[in-house]
Ligand binder design. Structure first.
Ligand SMILES: C[S@@+](CC[C@H](N)C(=O)[O-])C[C@H]1O[C@@H](n2cnc3c(N)ncnc32)[C@H](O)[C@@H]1O
Length: 278
C-alpha cells in the first residue's frame, strides 16, 4: 500500500475512537447532509444503497432508519470506524444495514448491484478520487445515481475556521497543495464535478447545501470535541506547551460564545452536493 494512503488510513483508524465518543453529536450535526444525499440519489422504500467512506456509519444509519425496507451497505476501510457503526446499528435495532471494511477503489460488490451510492465527507481523502468514482459507478445499476458531499470554502464554514484561525496564531499553517487529502480539497466549484465526468458519470450537477450545524454543547464542550475529533488538531495540540494550550483555549473561548445560545452551538455551514448518473 503506498505510504500516503497508509498514513491517511492510520490517522482515520486512530480517529475512530473519538468519532465513536462523539457519535450522537456528529450524527446530529451533519444529519441535513445525510438527508440531502439520500434525496440526491432518489433512495426510496426498497432501494439497495451503498455508502462509501461511511466512518461511524453515516449517512448509512440515517438512510436505514428513514427507509426501513431499504437495504444499506455501510463501508469504510478503518476497522475502528466500522466497529463503531456496527455497535450503533445494533443499539438502534437497525436490521437493514450490512457492513464491509474496504477502500473506495476496491469495492467488494458485483457490477450493477446498487440503486444509489452516497459518500459524505470522504472523497477528499481518497488517493485517486477518479478511481473511487469509477468504482462507485461500476457498482451502480444503469440509471442509478451517485452523490457525494464535500465542504465548500473554509471562509463559509466557521465550524472549521474558528478553530483553525486560533491555532494559526501558535502554529503557522503549511499551505495545502490542491490535491492534498484535506477537508477543503474539493471546495473549488466544478472540481469534483469534473472528476465525476472523467469517471464516466452522466448528467453531472452540483449544488450548494446551506444548513446550520447544531450541537447541544457549551463552548467549552465544543472546543474539547473539536480538539479531539480531528487528527490534525490532535497532532498540533500535542506540539504546544501547556501554557500555549491554555492561551489557545482562552482565544477559542473568546470567539465561540457568538455561536452559542440556549445551550446549543449553531454554525452556518456550506457543503457542495455533487451528483451523477450511471
Ligand atoms: C470525515 S470521515 C467521514 C465519515 C462519514 N462519512 C461521516 O460523514 O460522518 C472520512 C472517512 O473517509 C474514510 N476514508 C479515507 N480514505 C479512504 C479511502 N481511500 N477509501 C474509502 N474511505 C476512505 C476514513 O476512514 C473516514 O472514515
Amino acid at each position: 500500500m503506498p505510504e500516503d494512503r497508509s498514513k491517511v488510513l492510520q490517522s482515520w483508524g486512530e480517529s475512530g475512537h473519538y468519532w465513536e465518543k462523539y457519535g450522537p453529536t456528529i450524527r446530529g450535526m451533519f444529519e441535513p447532509v445525510a438527508v440531502a444525499l439520500m434525496r440526491a440519489v432518489g433512495a426510496s422504500a426498497n432501494s439497495r444503497v451503498l455508502d462509501v467512506a461511511a466512518g461511524i456509519g453515516e449517512p448509512s444509519l440515517t438512510i436505514a432508519r428513514q427507509l426501513p425496507s431499504a437495504t444499506v451497505w455501510c463501508t469504510d476501510p478503518a476497522a475502528s470506524m466500522i466497529e463503531a457503526a456496527k455497535k450503533e446499528a445494533s443499539r438502534a435495532k437497525l436490521s437493514n444495514v450490512q457492513f464491509a471494511q474496504c477502500l473506495a477503489d476496491a469495492l467488494p460488490f458485483d457490477d450493477e448491484y446498487f440503486d444509489g451510492v452516497v459518500s459524505r465527507f470522504g472523497i477528499m481523502f481518497f488517493p485517486d478520487p477518479e478511481a473511487g468514482v469509477r468504482e462507485m459507478l461500476r457498482a451502480l445499476k444503469e440509471g442509478g445515481r451517485v452523490a457525494a458531499a464535500v465542504w465548500c470554502a473554509p471562509e463559509a464554514n466557521p465550524f472549521h475556521f474558528v478553530i483553525s484561525d486560533a491555532l494559526a496564531k501558535y502554529i503557522p499553517p503549511v499551505p495545502a497543495g490542491p490535491d492534498d487529502p484535506t477537508a477543503f480539497r474539493f471546495a473549488p466549484p466544478g472540481k469534483l464535478a469534473a472528476i465525476f465526468e472523467r469517471a464516466g458519470a452522466r448528467d453531472v450537477s452540483e449544488n450548494v447545501l446551506r444548513f446550520t450545524i447544531e450541537a447541544q454543547k457549551t463552548p467549552e464542550e465544543f472546543w474539547q470535541m473539536r480538539a479531539e475529533m480531528s487528527d490534525a488538531n490532535r497532532e498540533k495540540l500535542a506540539r504546544l506547551t501547556a501554557g500555549q494550550r491554555q492561551n489557545l483555549q482562552r482565544d477559542v473561548l473568546e470567539v465561540l460564545p457568538q455561536f452559542s445560545s440556549g445551550g446549543m452551538m449553531r454554525f452556518p455551514a456550506e457543503v457542495l452536493i455533487v451528483r451523477g448518473t450511471r
